[in-house]
Every structure is written in structure tokens, then in C-alpha cells.
Design a protein around this ligand. Structure first.
Ligand SMILES: Nc1ncnc2c1ncn2[C@@H]1O[C@H](COP(=O)(O)OP(=O)(O)OP(=O)(O)O)[C@@H](O)[C@H]1O
Length: 578
């Protein structure tokens, strides 16, 4: 998973990667040349007291060291550029895929996990790639060539290198095999912590209102501590790594001195060779240590890559037709539900059953029913927030599943039950409806939505700041701004999902009057709880437990539909109802 993900996203950076490899090879060759020059300086210059040899070869060493530094600077600079660029590309891919998800996939992963996957998980992969390109690419060259050079320097001591490398590899292997499962749990606990923090911040008012601070603090502590516990376990396991490496390095150095002493005594080797051999040994072991670092980082990055790939390989349950319809045909029936049945995944009973009705241009259709009757689910089927289980939802005579989603959404202005405003300004939120709308058009929409009054009293008016989620305006103001946003879009079908519930009766009635006067050819589908909101609709659908139990005007239903009569009686006085 990890190699596949990285290989796929490094494709765009092939030239830079090639330059990094060349630079690393040059840097390693330079590093490997230095001990040999050093040995020559000792054996030929120092031992023979040849000052000019020492000077010339010292200058050569300086030049080689300078070349090595330049190569390494270029390699690290490009490695940072490639790794960060690749991280941005993966985040982009995960985010784009998430945007395509339907509510089903979002709830499958959960928003906190999707956030961790887009941020922290990508960061782990990005860090591994950076370390590999900046430091580890040269390690195999250093190891192989270093061994050759060391053996050439003194074959009699080479068994020490073999023993040290084997010891280091086995020790590191044992430690790393314990890390994989720990990292898996660590990422899950980061998800959990994200979820708890997010829930507590969004629900802070409920927490306060129900005096649940202590309970929530305990819940946070438990999640926080369990992340700490796993991090401590990871840290403990990792902590064993570096002492182990240092121990093996020091022991092997002692072994070299121990065995070389006798060989120098016997005239089998020279002091200069001993100096170069120990340098080669250190270089080889540092390369092994770098490889070990990669092995340490690998399991965590692999876990993260699997989590990222899970998102990238999940297709949206909202499939797109292979030849999608991009233009809406001219059909007088704007919307038709034909024998629609819908069940949520895993639910035993359908939420909607045998729903059939039509909506014509320029008309108002209202949906009323008890809570949980299926009203929101019904309207969510139109913009394909969910898809029917059976039957058809047709817009202008064509099944919504056959449309290009952008074309379908362009004709719908949805005001959701829980309106959401984005951080920005009043104008930027309204222009989410239509980006090229003029200020005059925004004011017109605000006037119809009965929002011009409060917006004109805000500092900076259209440029007034809106906080994330619209939390710095009241619930009713948020509803009206999201109605204005739908009006700016000027769609063919307005869907108001319980959009007037936070308005007082007088504002509700003024807003509906203004909407009636301005919607023109566009049709309106209004989900409402209050009979007064919908009594003038051209047709009213009465929904009960997912079925239409009444259909007609207020006057028809008030005499024929017991469920409607019951709702009316619970809300209006006899005279009002008549
Ligand atoms: N994502 C979901 N997964 C499973 N069941 C769901 C989901 N959303 C809603 N339901 C169930 O579907 C039924 C209809 O819900 P829906 O939100 O459509 O009702 P509603 O008529 O709009 O209610 P209200 O007037 O309270 O907003 C409810 O029983 C609800 O529990």
C-alpha cells in the first residue's frame, strides 16, 4: 500500500528525484574518498614527514568535503520540495474523493477520521519520503561501497563489520516488529481524540446547559490518557533502538582497535589504514542506523498509507452515469416521484414507501407530517444526497441518477433543515449561490428573505464577518441568510426543508408572501411543521410513517384526511382552520 501510494504520487516529481539520486551518489562517493585520502596523508605524508604531500592532499580533502556538502544541500532542498509537494497532492486527492462521498461513506469513516487521514496520516507518509530522499537514498551506496573499501583497506578486520551489521540488523528487526501494531493503535486513538474534542467543542452549549462539564472532562481525560499510554509504549520501544545502535558501534570500534593493535605490531597493517578502516566502519554503521530509522518509520507510515488508500479506493455510492445528461429537457413536469421506496443501509423497514407525486413549474407543494415521518429523507432524494432503493425520482422527465450531478444541482436551491454558513462574509456566503451576483441582486435576495433589515444594521453590511457555521448570527438569521443564498441562485426548484421553523409567525408570513410574489416560474417544495406556513400551497402531501396518507389542497384535506385534520386541530383554532 505504502510503496504503491508513494510511487503513484512521486510520478510527477521524477526529474527532481533523479537529480536527488545523482546528488546523493556524488555525496556518498565524496564521503567514501575522504578516509582513503586521510590514510594516505598519515601513511605517506605524516610518517615520511612530507609537508607538501600533507598540504596538497589536505586541500584535496577540503575540495572533496566541499563538493560533498554542496551535493547534500541540493539533495535535501529538492527532497523537501518533492516530499511536501507529494503531501499536498495526496491531501488534495483525499479531499477531492471525500467531496464525492455521499452521506453513507461520510458516516462510514466519520468526519474526525477523515480529518486525521487528510492531515496527520499524510504527514507521516510525507515525513518518510522526506527522510528517505534526504538521507536514506545514499545509505545502500555507503554500505556496499564502504564494505568494499574497508575490505580493501584491511581484509583481516572485515569480519568485525559483518558481525556488527548482523547484530544491528537482528536487534533492530526485533524492535521494529513490535512497532507495527502499536502504530496502528496510535492512529486510531488520534481519531478518537479528534472525535471527542470535535464533539465537545460543537456541543459546548449543551454540555454547559446540562452541567456535563465534569463528565465530558473525564471522557476527554480517558481518551487523552489512552493516547498517551500508547505513545509511551511506542516511545519505550523506540528508546531501546538508539542505545542498541550506540552499543554495537562502540563495541565494534573497540574490537577494531583490539585486533588491529596486534596486526600493526606484526607489521600486517599500518596506522593510516587503521584510521581509514574505523572511519569506514562508522560510515557503514551510520548507514545501517539510517536504514533502521527507515524501518522504524515504515510501520507507522504503512498504517497511515493503508488508511489513506481506504479513502482513495472507496467509491461514492452515488454512481454517475457513463453518459450523463448535461442539459435539462423542456418538460412542464418539473419533478416527479414515481413509486419511490427508500431504506437506510442496514435498516429493516423502509423509511419511505410507494411515494408518487408530481410538481409542476410555478407551483408550491408542501409536505407535512409528524417528526420522523420521512420528510427530510424525501427531499434529500432530489439532489441525490441519498439514492432511491426502488422507483424513480425524475427531474424534467429524466431520472436524477442519469444527470451529470453539477447540471442537476444547478436547477435546485436547497435550504437544509440545519442551515450552514461558511466562514467569510455575508456576501461571500450569498455568492455561494451564484458567484457573479451583483450587490443589488444580493440585496434583492436579502429583502425577499426578510434579512435586509438586520444585514443593513451589521457593521460593514454585506461585508460583515460570518463565523464558521454561522455561529455569530441567530438561528433565525442563519435560516434567512441561507434562504437568501438559495434565492441568489435563482433555481428552477426551491426546496425549503423546515426552513421557516426558527422564524416568528409574522416574519414567516411576510417571507412567504415575498417568496410567492417573486418565485415566478420556479416551483417550491416546502417541508413545514406549521399548518399556517403551507395552507395556501397548490398541493399538500401528508406524510405518515413514510407513506403519503393525504394529497390535495388545504380545503380538500381538511374534510378528507384524518391525519391532516389531527395536525390542524393541534395547531389552529376552529375559526382559523375554516
Ligand atoms: N442517516 C440515517 N441513517 C438511518 N436512519 C435514519 C437516518 N436519517 C434518518 N433516519 C431515520 O429515518 C426516519 C425519517 O427521518 P427524517 O429525518 O426523514 O424525518 P423527518 O420527517 O424529516 O423528521 P423531522 O420532522 O423530525 O425532521 C427516522 O426514523 C430516522 O430515524
Amino acid at each position: 500500500m505504502l510503496t504503491k501510494l508513494v510511487a503513484q504520487h512521486l510520478k510527477a516529481y521524477r526529474p527532481q528525484v533523479a537529480v536527488i539520486i545523482v546528488m546523493q551518489v556524488c555525496a556518498q562517493i565524496a564521503a567514501l574518498t575522504l578516509p582513503t585520502i586521510n590514510a594516505d596523508i598519515i601513511n605517506k605524508g605524516v610518517v615520511n614527514v612530507d609537508t607538501s604531500y600533507v598540504t596538497s592532499h589536505s586541500l584535496l580533502m577540503l575540495a572533496v568535503a566541499l563538493g560533498q556538502t554542496i551535493c547534500q544541500i541540493v539533495a535535501v532542498f529538492l527532497a523537501a520540495q518533492v516530499a511536501m509537494g507529494m503531501g499536498r497532492d495526496i491531501r488534495d486527492a483525499v479531499f477531492t474523493r471525500t467531496l464525492d462521498f455521499s452521506a453513507r461513506e461520510i458516516s462510514h469513516f466519520g468526519a474526525p477520521s477523515l480529518i486525521t487521514r487528510t492531515t496527520n496520516d499524510v504527514q507521516q507518509v510525507q515525513m518518510l519520503v522526506f527522510m528517505t530522499l534526504a538521507m536514506l537514498v545514499g545509505a545502500p551506496i555507503m554500505m556496499v561501497v564502504g564494505v568494499i573499501m574497508a575490505v580493501r583497506a584491511d581484509v583481516g578486520l572485515s569480519w568485525i563489520i559483518v558481525a556488527a551489521v548482523i547484530l544491528l540488523a537482528v536487534g533492530a528487526g526485533l524492535i521494529v516488529s513490535r512497532m507495527g501494531p502499536l502504530f496502528q493503535r496510535q492512529q486510531q486513538r488520534i481519531d478518537d481524540l479528534n472525535r471527542v474534542v470535535r464533539e465537545q467543542i460543537t456541543g459546548i452549549r449543551v454540555v454547559r446547559a446540562f452541567a456535563r462539564e465534569r463528565h465530558e472532562a473525564v471522557r476527554f481525560d480517558v481518551t487523552n490518557s489512552s493516547l498517551r499510554d500508547i505513545q509511551v509504549s511506542v516511545g519505550r520501544t523506540m528508546a531501546a533502538m538508539f542505545p542498541l545502535v550506540m552499543l554495537i558501534m562502540n563495541l565494534s570500534q573497540i574490537a577494531v582497535f583490539w585486533f588491529a593493535a596486534a596486526r600493526i605490531d606484526n607489521g600486517q597493517t599500518e596506522v593510516g589504514v587503521l584510521a581509514s578502516f574505523t572511519t569506514y566502519l562508522m560510515q557503514i554503521l551510520i548507514s545501517v542506523m539510517m536504514a533502521v530509522m527507515l524501518v522504524v518509520m515504515w510501520p507507522r507510515a504503512a498504517v497511515c498509507a493503508t488508511r489513506i488508500q481506504e479513502v482513495l479506493h472507496t467509491s461514492s455510492s452515488l454512481t454517475i452515469d457513463s453518459e450523463p445528461v448535461t442539459t435539462l429537457p423542456d418538460d412542464p413536469t418539473l419533478l416527479e416521484f414515481r413509486d419511490v421506496t427508500f431504506s437506510y443501509p442496514g435498516a429493516s423497514e423502509p423509511v419511505l414507501q410507494d411515494i408518487s407525486f408530481t410538481v409542476n413549474r410555478g407551483t408550491t407543494t408542501a409536505i407535512i407530517g409528524s417528526t420522523g415521518a420521512g420528510k427530510t429523507t424525501l427531499v434529500n432524494l432530489i439532489p441525490r444526497l441519498v439514492d432511491v432503493t426502488d422507483g424513480h425520482v425524475l427531474v424534467r422527465g429524466i431520472d436524477v441518477r442519469r444527470y451529470d450531478p453539477e447540471s442537476l444541482w444547478s436547477c435546485i436551491g436547497l435550504v437544509p433543515q440545519r442551515p450552514y454558513l461558511f466562514s467569510g462574509t455575508v456576501a461571500s456566503n450569498l455568492r455561494d449561490g451564484r458567484s457573479d451576483a451583483t450587490d443589488d441582486e444580493l440585496w434583492d435576495a436579502l429583502r425577499i428573505a426578510q434579512s435586509d433589515d438586520f444585514v443593513s444594521h451589521m457593521d460593514n453590511q454585506l461585508e460583515a464577518t460570518i463565523a464558521q457555521g454561522g455561529t455569530n448570527v441567530s438561528g433565525g438569521q442563519r435560516q434567512r441568510l441561507s434562504i437568501a443564498r438559495a434565492l441568489v441562485k435563482n433555481p428552477q426548484l426551491y426546496i425549503f426543508d423546515d426552513s421557516f421553523s426558527a422564524l416568528d409567525v409574522a416574519t414567516d408570513s411576510r417571507l412567504r408572501a415575498a417568496l410567492d410574489a417573486s418565485h415566478g416560474d420556479a416551483a417550491m417544495l416546502i417541508v413545514a411543521q406549521r399548518v399556517s406556513t403551507i395552507r395556501n400551497a397548490d398541493q399538500i402531501l401528508v406524510l405518515d410513517a413514510g407513506r403519503i396518507v393525504g394529497q390535495g389542497t388545504h380545503d380538500d384535506l381538511i374534510t378528507s384526511c384524518p391525519t391532516y385534520i389531527e395536525i390542524v386541530n393541534s395547531q389552529l383554532s376552529i375559526e382559523e382552520a375554516a
